[in-house]
Write a protein that binds this ligand. Structure first.
Ligand SMILES: Nc1ncnc2c1ncn2[C@@H]1O[C@H](COP(=O)(O)OS(=O)(=O)O)[C@@H](OP(=O)(O)O)[C@H]1O
Length: 222
């Protein structure tokens, strides 16, 4: 973690911390009063996004062989059952991973954000973050500009700059746009309806357990 001054808040983002078994205890040893933020989305979409990332990495490092389709990787060829040991599936079992964190941290230390809403109304999720971190509310709708090509909002940031003209110094605001990189928003393969149904049935009990633990529900029956 980078050092921070008393008036600063340091934020560190590593998606894999949520699922790595050894991390909750280590984080607790590091700072037991830390605030944690978890962004979740429909576990089926999370699993497919994870698959897309693994497939991309596979072709980056291998010149021969094929990675296979999501269905080939995640569903047993003979029985059609979900392969629980496939990493994108395993990592999407939110209730299991949350359990490990809850053995070390109080629920009030964990903010759960809605990943679907983060994409369509990021300012709403950011307000939750500001409240949770007890920061003055500064982020508003106008800070976001929708990027049609990417299908995501970009963040508009400004910084004060001093410019010299022939007659005077001028204070001006320089606006810049900060957008998500190329590895975000990659196309997902379309799943066969039977495969999607099998995934829905598989994840449903895990989702229910997760909703019970967090005291909130998400619309993931799709
Ligand atoms: N700010 C924001 N808003 C909405 N969605 C977002 C955001 N940041 C990341 N994502 C989506 O999360 C998916 C994985 O990205 P991550 O950054 O978490 O993963 S990783 O750091 O690459 O492991 C990946 O999902 P898909 O694009 O659907 O595959 C990202 O697009």
């Amino acid at each position: 973690m980078p050092p921070s001054l008393p008036h600063q808040v340091t934020v560190e983002k590593t998606p894999n911390y949520f699922v790595d078994r050894s991390v909750p205890e280590r984080v607790h040893n590091f700072n037991s009063s830390i605030k944690l933020i978890l962004i979740v989305r429909n576990p089926i979409d999370r699993a497919v996004s994870d698959y897309v990332q693994l497939k991309y990495k596979f072709y980056k490092h291998n010149t021969s062989g094929t990675y296979g389709s999501f269905e080939e990787r995640a569903l047993d060829k003979c029985t059609g059952r979900i392969i629980k040991s496939y990493d994108p599936i395993k990592r999407s079992l939110y209730s299991r991973h949350l359990d490990r964190w809850l053995t070390y941290f109080n629920k009030s230390q964990i903010l759960i954000l809605n990943g679907e809403n983060l994409k369509v109304k990021p300012w709403e999720e950011m307000l939750k973050v500001e409240r949770f971190l007890q920061l003055p509310p500064k982020i508003v709708r106008d800070h976001f500009v929708y990027n049609e090509t990417k299908g995501f909002y970009c963040v508009q940031t400004s910084k004060d700059v001093t410019t010299t003209t022939t007659s005077a110094f001028q204070e001006a605001k320089r606006w810049s746009e900060s957008c998500l990189g190329d590895t975000k928003g990659r196309e997902h393969p379309k799943l066969r309806p039977e495969a999607r149904k099998a995934l829905q049935e598989f994840f449903a009990p895990f989702n229910e357990r997760f909703f019970k633990k967090i005291g909130e529900r998400f619309d993931w029956n799709r």
